[in-house]
Design a protein around this ligand. Structure first.
Ligand code: F6P
Length: 368
C-alpha cells in the first residue's frame, strides 16, 4: 500500500520553505512512490480541510521562491480562533487526518510548531515528523534551522550598506535584526558585517558601556559606529537610563515598520537606544529596523541545500516508518531527534560561545 503523507507549513514564513516542500514532496512521490497532500495556512487548513495537491507539477520550479506555496499561520490546534471565540480544535484536526487516510503529518515550522505538532502526537495519537525552520535559529537539537542562512546574508548586506552613511556622516547607526529571545542573527550578521557593537538578549547591556566603546573609536579617528541590536536585547536590570531631559529629539530614518502596538514598542526600543547614545556621545544617531526584509525573497544556496538535505531525509524516515521525530541538521548529515527532546527548549547563544569570544577578540563591544 502506498503511504499517504500530509504536509503543512506553520509559524512565520521563512526562506527555504518551498525548497523543503519540494525536497520532501519529490522524494516521497518519485523516489519512494508515496502520495502527498498539502494543507493550506498551517494547522488552520488541516482543521478546515483546505488542501492543495502536491504533485510533480506543483513541486516544480519552486526551489528558489520565497514564502510558502501552502501559505502559513500561527494558529494552534488547541487554541484556534473561531469567530469571536478561541476553541480547542484538536478533535477536528485528528478527524481530518484520518479522513485523508494519512500515515503521517509533516510539520515545517519553528519552536511553536514543534510544540503544536508534539501535542497532536500525544493528544491525538498522530504520526508526526517535523522539520526545523526559523530565521532566529533558536530550535534546540539542530545545528541550524532553515531560513537562518538567508536572513544572515540579508542582515549582513544591510550592515555593509549602512556603513556608507555611518562613515560619511560620522553617525551612529543602530540596526535592528529579528530575534526576540535569541541573538544568533544579530551576533552572526554583526560579526560578518563588522558591527562595532552587538547587543543580544542573552547579554544584557549597559548603555554607558556602549557609549564608552563608541567614544573610544572616536578618539582614534573613527567618529562613527554601527550598533547591531537584536529586537529582544535589553538593558541590564537596575542600570540607570539617560535622563529624558538630556535626550535629543528622535530621528527615525528608514525604519519601515508596521503601525501595530508591537511595531511601535519595537521602534521604541531601538529609537530610545539611539537617543541615549546620541546624548552620551554627541554623535548624530539614526535607526534602521530590518524587520520582514530578513524573511523575504529567494533562499540562499546554503538554505536550498539544507532544505533539500532535510526534506529528502524526512521522506526516507517516513519510508522506514520512523515517526515522532524532528529531522535535525547535524554536521554534514541529518539525524532524527525524538520530539520530546526538542519541545520546550530554546537554543540561545551561550555566553561563552565561540562567536561571542570572536566578537570580543576583534574589539566589538557587547555592551556588558
Ligand atoms: O519567529 C521568527 C520571527 O521572525 C521573530 O524573530 C519575530 O519576532 C517574529 O517572527 C515576528 O513574526 P510575525 O510578526 O510574523 O508574527
Amino acid at each position: 500500500m502506498k503511504k499517504r503523507v500530509g504536509v503543512l507549513t506553520a509559524g512565520g514564513d521563512s526562506p527555504g520553505l518551498n525548497a523543503v516542500l519540494r525536497g520532501v514532496g519529490k522524494a516521497a512521490l518519485e523516489w519512494y512512490g508515496m502520495e502527498v497532500v498539502g494543507f493550506r495556512d498551517g494547522f488552520r487548513g488541516l482543521m478546515e480541510d483546505r488542501t492543495m495537491e502536491l504533485d510533480e507539477e506543483t513541486l516544480s520550479g519552486i526551489l528558489t521562491f520565497g514564502g510558502t506555496i501552502l501559505g502559513t499561520s500561527r494558529d494552534k490546534p488547541h487554541r484556534m480562533p473561531v469567530g469571536e471565540r478561541v476553541v480547542d480544535k484538536t478533535g477536528t484536526i485528528v478527524k481530518n487526518y484520518h479522513k485523508h487516510k494519512l500515515d503521517v503529518l509533516v510539520c515545517l515550522g519553528g519552536g511553536g510548531t514543534q510544540k503544536n505538532a508534539y501535542r497532536l502526537m500525544q493528544k491525538g495519537g498522530l504520526n508526526i515528523v517535523t522539520l526545523p525552520k526559523t530565521i532566529d535559529n533558536d530550535i534546540a537539537q539542530t545545528d541550524v534551522s532553515l531560513g537562518f542562512d538567508t536572513a544572515l546574508g540579508i542582515a549582513t548586506e544591510a550592515i555593509d550598506r549602512l556603513h556608507s552613511t555611518a562613515h560619511s556622516h560620522h553617525r551612529i547607526v543602530v540596526v535592528e535584526t529579528m530575534g526576540h529571545k535569541a541573538g544568533w542573527l544579530a551576533l552572526g550578521a554583526g560579526l560578518a558585517g563588522g558591527a562595532d557593537v552587538i547587543l543580544i538578549p542573552e547579554i544584557p547591556y549597559d548603555v554607558r558601556k556602549v557609549a564608552q566603546a563608541i567614544l573610544a573609536r572616536s578618539r582614534v579617528g573613527k567618529p562613527f559606529s554601527i550598533v547591531a541590536v537584536a529586537e529582544g536585547a535589553a538593558p541590564k536590570p537596575g542600570v540607570r537610563a539617560v535622563p529624558a531631559r538630556k535626550l535629543p529629539r528622535a530621528r527615525a530614518k528608514s525604519a519601515s515598520v508596521d503601525r501595530t502596538e508591537m511595531g511601535a514598542q519595537q521602534v521604541g526600543h531601538a529609537m530610545h537606544l539611539a537617543e541615549q547614545l546620541e546624548a552620551l556621545t554627541g554623535l548624530e544617531s539614526r535607526v534602521t529596523i530590518l524587520g520582514y526584509l530578513q524573511r523575504g525573497g529567494t533562499p540562499s544556496a546554503g538554505d536550498r541545500l539544507l532544505a533539500t538535505r532535510l526534506g529528502t531525509a524526512c521522506a526516507a524516515l517516513i519510508h522506514e516508518g520512523v515517526y515522532g521525530v524532528m529531522v535535525a541538521a547535524r554536521g554534514t548529515g541529518t539525524e532524527p531527534v525524538p520530539l520530546e527532546e526538542v519541545v520546550g527548549k530554546r537554543k540561545t547563544v551561550p555566553r561563552n560561545h565561540e562567536w561571542v569570544q570572536s566578537a570580543r577578540r576583534v574589539n566589538t563591544s557587547l555592551g556588558d
